[in-house]
Design a protein around this ligand. Structure first.
Ligand code: F6P
Length: 341
């Protein structure tokens, strides 16, 4: 078969490992020809692709980013391309497409599938917020990067007797904040799932200093916000793709904490460092398994599905079910974290 693969949306450690796995399994075990569309859906829509052989994917397992390039999907361009796409792929001799991406990419994959494009999706996001898979690759790496930064910030916070507020990624969900905060023993973790009250945060930190502790570490997910009317808070604006661009919760919190309790505070925004670099062993294995199963699904004709991790097994779930809702942090997980703050 001739299979096209593409990476779309924000990049994520492990994308290259999926591409490598698709090429190895397809070429070696099935005699497939694999092509890579460049720069996300754009490459597929415009027919910009390159052949991918074993030499092209050599050394990719540990490499962050994506050799195919990625882009946020331009929704209008994707929608406009849907009716013609199945025929175009036939003309190019491409039998199936494996798009690797997050919520937006998988939604677009579903649209293409419903219009006759043979698609098998592979989920990815450092945010770990895709409901139909237990874990997405990239998350473990992002948590590791954040936890390492938090450990480093703990020692400097202690030296200077400061509050350090660290902002991690997580637009709609606080998985990275929860896991990195728990792993590093943060003293407060603020998540989009539970709007915070500034007075409570101040009390918690003041009480810690009153007990003789000389520093505090706060982790805030970029999408966290106070309960309505609690404090003046800028939540940012939407960008050209309609995505929320946050105004810097950490900076706003640092200013407010200093004003209210008079303890010196610093804000650190980790940003895209969480998405870059070498994937962890866990993410390499998950990405490789997803790639293998996506190729198997193509050969089994299981189009309109995506790979998913359930427990320790990889399964296939219909794209129609995959992106109906986000996986938010449940209250019991917040409770567990609060017990050790
Ligand atoms: O979806 C993953 C994510 O890392 C979000 O947590 C973050 O808000 C967003 O990507 C930022 O992406 P970019 O700046 O690359 O558009």
């Amino acid at each position: 078969m001739r299979i096209g693969v593409l990476t779309s949306g924000g990049d994520c450690p492990g994308l290259n490992a999926v591409i490598r796995s698709v090429v190895h399994h397809g070429v070696v075990d099935h005699g497939d020809e694999i092509v890579g569309f460049l720069d996300g859906w754009k490459g597929m829509i415009d027919g910009v692709y390159r052949p991918l052989g074993l030499d092209d994917v050599s050394g990719l397992l540990t490499r962050g980013g994506t050799i195919l390039g990625s882009a946020r999907e331009e929704r209008d361009k994707v929608r406009a391309a849907v009716p013609e796409m199945a025929q175009k792929l036939l003309d190019w001799g491409i039998d199936a497409v494996i798009p690797i991406g997050g919520e937006g990419t998988l939604t677009a994959a579903r649209m293409f599938h419903e219009a006759g494009v043979p698609v098998v999706g592979v989920p990815k996001t450092i945010d770990n917020d895709i409901a139909s898979t237990d874990v997405t690759f990239g998350f473990d790496t992002a948590v590791g990067v954040a936890a390492e930064a938090l450990d480093r910030l703990t020692t400097t916070a202690e030296s200077h007797q400061r509050i350090v507020i660290v902002e991690v990624m997580g637009r709609h969900t606080g998985w990275i904040a929860l896991h990195s905060g728990m792993a590093s023993g943060a003293h407060a973790i603020l998540l989009p799932e539970r709007p915070f009250r500034m007075a409570e945060l101040c009390e918690r930190i003041q009480a810690r200093f009153d007990r003789g502790k000389k520093f505090a570490l706060v982790v805030v997910a970029e999408g966290a916000a106070p309960v309505e009317g609690d404090m003046t808070f800028d939540t940012g604006a939407t960008d050209i793709y309609g995505h929320q661009r946050f105004a810097g919760a950490a900076r706003q919190l640092a200013g407010e904490l200093e004003r209210r309790i008079g303890i010196e505070a610093r804000a650190v925004i980790l940003g895209h460092v969480q998405r870059g670099g070498v994937p962890t062993a866990y993410d390499r294995v998950l990405a490789t398994r997803f790639g293998w199963h996506a190729v198997e699904a193509v050969h089994a004709g299981r189009f309109g599905h995506m790979t998913a991790l359930r427990g320790t097994d990889i399964t296939l779930v219909p794209l129609a079910e995959a992106v109906t809702e986000l996986k938010t942090v449940p209250a019991n997980r917040i409770g567990e974290a609060e017990a050790v703050l």
